[in-house]
Design a binder for this molecule. Structure first.
Ligand code: GLA
Length: 391
């Protein structure tokens, strides 16, 4: 049974009838522009062919009931219980329910009606792997409540509200990239987003190129704390640099020559974090022209540089990610390899010549297993469309 029919069957089992609708919202992979979205930079993600699926119907009760198949748990909440982060029976919300509950919170903040639903959800985006499983849950539930709310929000607006939910309800100070990619994905295309103006365009993935995702299987627990610290360091850098550059609003406004001139004034760790951001924004500015001109080798080199910078300056890699990247870079057909997403474990993204992709995946799994003793999951992904009502 495919995952959509499975969600429908489970809905039937849980609630005794067929669901009214099913939505799908994808995870994402990012090719370039890492840890720059919250610095007003440019990112180049694609929605992937793994997603969260929600089967749902209107509910008669005064609250929504969500069954998470992947946790084998239920949670219940309503506009009344949202502020206290509790369930309808007064018990605390389980961690996984913060994402859908956060979406309800963000919609209520906008004074949009959020009617109760019964819902079952499941996902084949691996959790905590850097592929934005949480943004996919958020963007799926946006569509769930939109279906019966009597309102329609444009995709970018849904993404912004999802980011707000994550910042203010879940407590992760993320940027806009993940929700944007999940909401706005376009089949067979990369998405180039200016995180300051929110203008974006599609860039067709060249036909002879495959995106290969390699999952180390490493899952880090402390991610949100470390993530928020990186963001705070960037804000600190802006504050300190404003003494000499009063007009800057974010690290996006700092040119590499200005940064090099002033870097010595910054505390060592703040300097390292900010240098990654300033240089990564420069790299991501080149993406469009390089891809347009078919210069995949040059683009791949930027991906490789990005990994070094995330490893040594931003310090968000881990030994397993470094092994996965090092092995990939020795293999035939690989243009570029780096960790993708927030880091601290999870996946790498590899740009690979299409004809060599299957062989690349096999050799990468073997090489990684030889060095680490564990077999990674590796898959060739397709750039997919964004969140949608399937039926
Ligand atoms: C996480 C965040 C994004 C982005 C990336 C790093 O995925 O949710 O907003 O900051 O990390 O690029």
């Amino acid at each position: 049974m495919n995952i959509i029919d499975e969600a429908a069957a489970m809905f039937h089992e849980q609630f005794g009838h067929a669901p009214a609708h099913i939505v799908r919202a994808p995870g994402r992979v990012n090719l370039l522009g890492e840890h720059v979205d919250y610095n007003d930079g440019f990112v180049l993600p694609a929605a992937i062919d793994r997603a969260t699926f929600v089967a749902f119907s209107p509910a008669d009760a005064g609250h929504s009931t969500l069954a998470a198949l992947d946790f084998d748990q239920r949670a219940t909440f309503s506009p009344q219980t949202i502020p206290s982060r509790t369930q309808a029976d007064g018990s605390p919300l389980p961690d996984w329910a913060f994402y859908p509950a956060g979406i309800m919170w963000a919609l209520l903040e906008e004074n949009l009606p959020v009617l109760p639903v019964n819902a079952v959800y499941t996902s084949n985006v691996p959790r905590g792997s850097g592929l934005s499983s949480s943004a996919s849950v958020e963007m799926a539930f946006m569509l769930v409540w939109q279906a019966f709310g009597g309102w329609t929000l444009p995709a970018m607006q849904r993404a912004l509200l999802g980011q707000k939910a994550e910042n203010r309800y879940v407590g992760v100070n993320c940027g806009i990239m993940d929700q944007f990619a999940s909401a706005c994905g376009v089949e067979n295309n990369l998405l180039l987003l200016d995180c300051r103006s929110l203008e974006w365009k599609t860039i067709p993935l060249p036909e002879n190129i495959s995106i290969v995702i390699a999952d180390t299987g490493v899952r880090r627990k402390l991610t949100s704390g470390e993530y928020n610290k990186r963001r705070a360091a960037c804000e600190e850098a802006v504050r300190l640099l404003q003494k000499d550059l009063p007009d800057i609003r974010s690290l996006r406004d700092v040119s590499p020559p200005d940064f090099n001139r002033l870097a010595a004034q910054l505390p060592r760790e703040v300097e390292m974090r900010a240098r990654h951001v300033v240089e990564e924004i420069e790299r991501s500015k080149q993406a469009d022209a390089l891809l347009e001109a078919g210069k995949i080798e040059s683009f791949g080199r930027l991906m490789n540089q990005c990994h070094v910078s995330l490893r040594d300056l931003y310090e968000v890699s881990c030994p397993e990610l470094d092994v996965m990247v090092r092995v990939a870079q020795t293999l035939a057909g690989c243009y570029g390899a780096r960790l993708t997403g927030a880091g601290f474990g999870g996946c790498t993204v590899n740009l690979v010549e299409r004809d060599k992709a299957a062989e690349f995946a096999g050799s990468l799994a073997e090489g990684y297993e030889t060095e680490t003793g564990s077999r990674p999951e590796i898959y060739i992904t397709r750039a997919s469309s964004g969140a949608e009502l399937l039926r």
